[in-house]
Design a protein around this ligand. Sequence first.
Ligand SMILES: Cc1cc2nc3c(=O)[nH]c(=O)nc-3n(C[C@H](O)[C@H](O)[C@H](O)COP(=O)(O)OP(=O)(O)OC[C@H]3O[C@@H](n4cnc5c(N)ncnc54)[C@H](O)[C@@H]3O)c2cc1C
Length: 377
Amino acid sequence: MLSYWEKQSLLHYDCILLGSGIVGLSAAVSIKERYPDKRLLVLERGLLPTGASTRNAGFACIGSLTEILDDLESMSADDVRALVEMRCKGLRRLRARIGDARMQYRENGSYELLDAEESLALQHLHTTNELLAPILPGPAFTIETRMPSAFGFPEEKVKAIIRNNFEGELHTGMMMRSLIDLALEKGIEIKTGCEVKAFEENGGGVRVRVQHPYQQESVTFSAPQLVICTNAFTRQLLPELDVTPGRGQVLITSPVRELPFRGIYHFNKGYYYFREIDGRVLFGGGRNLDFSGEATTSFALNERIQHDLEEKLRTLILPHHSFTIEDRWTGIMGFGKTKRPIVQAFSDRIYIAVRMGGMGVAIGSEVGSMLAEILRD
Ligand SMILES: Cc1cc2nc3c(=O)[nH]c(=O)nc-3n(C[C@H](O)[C@H](O)[C@H](O)COP(=O)(O)OP(=O)(O)OC[C@H]3O[C@@H](n4cnc5c(N)ncnc54)[C@H](O)[C@@H]3O)c2cc1C
């Protein structure tokens, strides 16, 4: 039972956003920058953001060479360039908004490891650099002159290393902490533990129903506008949308003595990625081993993929080092038939910014800004 005062003063906002991942928070900050007087509420179902934004690898990526070549098989050159440009813009916006120091943004180099078969990609290095030349200040890809053994990688497995000159790494936890702090500083309210079960649009606005955590009744918040930023979980609210979940498996080692590399690394068209963080190795990927099993919103570990990660860690990444695995986790990404995110008005009052395609760290801030631009005054 709600009081008169609660009903009068605590349930009505100018705009409600669902989801406090990087997109929900970035959209809220961009809307507030554009409309400082709007009262904004972000509703998050988890106690913490519980999707991908606090669970990724912290790569600030614009795309590896083999990933871009793979995209060119199904997308036009213009579309591929536009996607890379969106990632660059998103990363610039994120860095300007948060500041490099507050999220430990660093450019220790980004590298792609190629095996014998993938080395054929080197033939397309020059043309790919030309494709991206209009949007980058220099060539995206160069061949690393140091031998794989200089990084500790076995030369019978790694035949070439390509350097991406415009990628970096960040501390995912610090990035999200800073974004939450920024939203709070701007007067945006964030309520956690609020799973939105349903919403309805009526003449005057949108009503959003949240189950009360310890009472039978549900609580209804209302606003003239609703923005849905629930990425992989969007179909629970809008079943007709082309958004499929894709789980990502991650593990992290304890600190490794005399770790021979720093920076961020990809291989196999971006399906695997690893990096140094705090003297440890964080390693994730392998979704391509079990696409259908990983098309889920469950956060469970996939034993087969976790074993594969361990094996690759032992034989490819750290063949000369002893290590223990200290932690494992998963995060859920949102994919669709195309790689473009969905940023659009769903109706007069409801807007959607979802389907980050596994690149929301890079594009999330730009998507938030695009959403703020299409929101009607
Ligand atoms: C392992 C892994 C590695 C990755 N690596 C990279 C990378 O290197 N570079 C890169 O750019 N991107 C990477 N990503 C992708 C990136 O993390 C995501 O694209 C991005 O975080 C998506 O942000 P989001 O805000 O759209 O979604 P999310 O972070 O998933 O946020 C959605 C939020 O909505 C909430 N929610 C859902 N339903 C409801 C509801 N009904 N009511 C209220 N709240 C709800 C969820 O709890 C969640 O907090 C990776 C992701 C994973 C999992």
